[in-house]
Write a protein that binds this ligand. Structure first.
Ligand code: PRP
Ligand code: URA
Length: 209
């Protein structure tokens, strides 16, 4: 069974508190989403395998650890997930980037696919799916399934905020994957919004409301 990681680092929690504030500007919201993703990436890559190699320091030879040849991909769920990509690439600049376009039908809350472009060798990569919001879990579970269909075996899901319903759905449909969140909120309202949440992440990142 994959693990649910609720990241309670004070820096993350502080940034999240500003993100939730309805008076936070689009500019600041966008910057914070990116910074939060950097911190989440740091935690989610904690288990990357390392190998010991030797380098010459100016003083003496030293045995040092390097990441052992892992290839990574970050896959945002469009559109709000785009806001997390740069933050991830800050720490893993060599990661390839795939895109999965999904939107929630406002009536059924079911995800509708409209775009999918993944690195050709996605099945050889450790895949980190990023999306700020895990609400009903429909979008995340569909995105994980797409990537599994391409043969990927190592998939992690990074969401800033989650509802208990979304976590339960992903863990039921994809019990093998690790989930990283900065907070688990109380519940979903009748429109499928996380309560208390932070509103519509895509609109707040892109200033479309
Ligand atoms: C939001 C969010 C997730 C999804 C979560 O996207 O970014 O992708 O909703 O909801 P779910 O867990 O119930 O599927 P939205 O569909 O609003 O599209 P957008 O990113 O284009 O705004
Ligand atoms: N998508 C959002 O952007 N916010 C929510 O609260 C739920 C889904």
């Amino acid at each position: 069974m994959g693990t649910l990681h609720v990241l309670d680092h004070p820096l993350l929690q502080h940034k999240l508190s500003i993100l939730r504030d309805k008076n936070t500007s689009v500019k600041e919201f966008r910057e914070l989403v990116s910074e939060i993703c950097t911190l989440m990436c740091y935690e989610a890559t904690r288990d990357l395998p390392v190998e010991v190699v030797e380098v010459e320091t100016p003083v003496a030879p030293a045995k040092v650890k390097k990441i052992a040849g892992k290839k990574l991909a970050v896959v945002p769920i469009l559109r709000a997930g785009i806001g997390m990509v740069d933050g991830f690439l800050t720490l893993v600049p060599s990661a390839k980037v795939g895109h999965i376009g999904l939107y929630r039908d406002p009536d059924t809350l079911e995800p509708v696919e409209y775009y999918c472009k993944l690195p050709k060798d996605i099945s050889d990569r450790d895949v980190y799916i990023v999306d700020p919001m895990l609400a009903t879990g429909g979008s995340a579970t569909a995105a994980v399934q797409f990537i599994k269909n391409y043969g990927s075996k190592h998939i992690k899901l990074l969401c800033i905020l989650a509802a208990p319903e979304g976590i339960e759905r992903v863990r039921k449909d994809h019990p093998d994957i690790d989930i990283y969140v900065a907070a688990v909120d109380d519940h979903l309202n009748n429109h499928g919004y996380i309560v208390p949440g932070l509103g519509d992440a895509g609109d707040r990142i892109f200033g479309t409301k």
